[in-house]
Design a protein around this ligand. Structure first.
Ligand code: NAG
Ligand code: NAG
Ligand code: NAG
Length: 201
């Protein structure tokens, strides 16, 4: 009894130590320099011009659902608005390198949620960013649902490397674009991170 309680405490301690490190970090700011607020709608837009627009949902390859996260083909398109939910739900702003759930604020034709989740795709031998994640429950059962925003040059990149616990083996990588059949899919670890900025919707 006593020893199981002790190990539970140790697990809780390591979770909060990881989450705390990022809670101290700087706030992510939007294109006007304002802190990005949890639960408020933003567009995630590319910084580099002429290579696609904002982020949106699309069916890719030969499957209809769940929808995958892709970039709009046209630079002028903002895509769909998104909201962020920090792993530490008492955080009102999105902090650099803190784990978040990211969700499209949109209605989908699929039964799956519009929340981002990472999934391995055998046919392209890479992890893709798709949807159908479940909100919250920060821990080893939900590792695939957490993304963070890291500083990258003077802009940002999206990273998957959840700090859910010290003993979990997690996949780490930068979110990048893979162009396939003319569709700009979000994957992990491609040619280089997708450099992004945030604009209030
Ligand atoms: C969550 O964020 C709040 C507000 O910044 C902070 O006081 C608290 O320590 C954080 N909790 C954890 C577990 O990181
Ligand atoms: C994996 O990618 C291929 C090629 O784009 C696609 O046809 C297939 O439906 C994808 N599978 C899953 C499970 O997403
Ligand atoms: C369709 O998707 C499945 C699952 O990813 C894959 O095994 C199959 O090869 C794909 N078929 C075609 C024609 O792309």
């Amino acid at each position: 009894m006593k020893s199981s309680y002790l190990s539970l405490c140790l697990i809780l301690l390591s979770i909060s130590a990881n989450a705390l490190a990022a809670d101290e970090g700087a706030a992510v700011v939007d294109i006007y320099g304002n802190p990005v607020q949890a639960g408020v709608e933003y567009y995630i837009l590319p910084v580099i011009r002429g290579r696609g627009g904002g982020l949106t949902l699309a069916s890719t390859g030969n499957k209809t659902c769940p929808l995958d996260v892709v970039q709009e083909p046209q630079e002028v398109d903002n895509g769909l608005p998104l909201t962020f939910r920090p792993a530490n739900s008492s955080q009102g702003v999105v902090r650099v390198s803190a784990d978040q759930n990211i969700r499209f604020f949109a209605v989908s034709v699929c039964i799956q949620s519009t929340m981002w989740t990472l999934q391995f795709n055998d046919s392209i031998s890479n992890y893709i960013v798709t949807t159908g994640g479940v909100e919250g429950n920060y821990g080893r059962e939900t590792v695939q649902n957490w993304f963070r925003i890291d500083e990258f040059d003077s802009d940002y990149k999206i990273v998957h490397c959840p700090g859910v616990c010290d003993t979990c083996r997690v996949v780490c990588g930068d979110v990048d674009v893979l162009v396939q059949d003319g569709i700009r899919r979000l994957v992990l670890n491609g040619d280089g991170p997708l450099k992004v900025m945030l604009k209030k919707a």
